[in-house]
Structures are given as C-alpha cells and as structure tokens.
Design a protein around this ligand. Structure first.
Ligand SMILES: [Fe+2]
Length: 156
C-alpha cells in the first residue's frame, strides 16, 4: 500500500520526508538517552533530576510521534525501529554506569545542542520545500533550546 499527499508533488514529498526521518532518529535517540539518565542519575538532587528526565522523555515521545505523522501526511512511512535507529543515529549513548547529575547535565546538553543544530540545518532545507514541516521543526527547536537553558541552569 502506498499513501500520497494531495497537496504536494511526489518528488517534493520525498525530499521533505528525508530530513523528517533523520529528525525522528535524533528524537528517538535523545529519548533513549533521557530514559537512561532517568535511571542512571545518582547524587544530590537525585529526585528532581530523575523526575525531570521522565518529563523530557515524555516531551520527546510527543515530538517523535508528531514528526513521524507529518511524514505520513506527506505520504511516506516513517521508520523508528531499533535496528534502523542504531544504524543511523548520530547521538552518542551514555555510559552504562551510574552518573552524577552534574555530569549528566553536561552529557545531555552536548547531545541536545548537537541535535538542535542538525535540525536548524534541516529547517533551511525544508524552508524551500514545505513551510508546514519547517514550522514543526522550528517549534521543536524552540523547545529543545529551552531545555538547554533549563539544563544550563541546573549546573549554574
Ligand atoms: Fe521511572
């Protein structure tokens, strides 16, 4: 079965879907990092950071679904299974150890900043193709950059 957009040309849809797929992979990767941080955090302020990572995971889950369903709206099936994500991710995993909160803040900030910068590049590509998809990534980047500010405040 094949879906198709009723509002965008097929070649445009394929070019729109590619940066969206890369973004889904980034979000899935960050969500697994946030979940690992939720479990791995130790030290003072454990409780609040443990809860914060749960909230971040939930926010990322919403972004994953919104972005994947935007791909479907342009007629392309998203791929979000672990084998695909493992093969394509650019997000470095956290160590398989307990980690102090202050070190997790640094590790998460680096990874979220890298994702936000990649999404900013994708926005410039999408700007010329599909303003609706670009708008979604702009809103998501605002959220990620807000998270960066909040993480920075944790260690200040
Ligand atoms: Fe939990």
């Amino acid at each position: 079965m094949k879906l198709s957009s009723k509002t965008l040309a097929q070649d445009v849809c394929n070019r729109v879907a590619a940066p969206l797929q890369d973004t889904v992979v980034d979000y899935l990767s960050l969500a697994s990092v946030a979940r690992q941080a939720h479990w791995a955090v130790v030290g003072s302020e454990f409780r609040s950071f443990h809860t914060y990572m749960d909230e971040l995971g939930t926010e990322l889950d919403l972004l994953i679904d919104d972005t994947a369903e935007r791909m479907l709206a342009v007629g392309v099936l998203p791929v979000g299974q672990v084998d695909y994500v493992a093969k394509h991710t650019q997000v470095e995993p956290l160590p398989d150890t307990f980690v102090q909160k202050k070190d997790l803040v640094v590790a998460l900030s680096e990874r979220i900043a890298a994702v936000a910068m990649r999404i900013r590049e994708r926005i410039t590509v999408l700007d010329d193709l599909d303003a609706v998809s670009a708008d979604m990534l702009i809103a998501a980047t605002a959220g990620l950059e807000k998270t960066l500010w909040m993480l920075q405040a944790e260690n200040s």
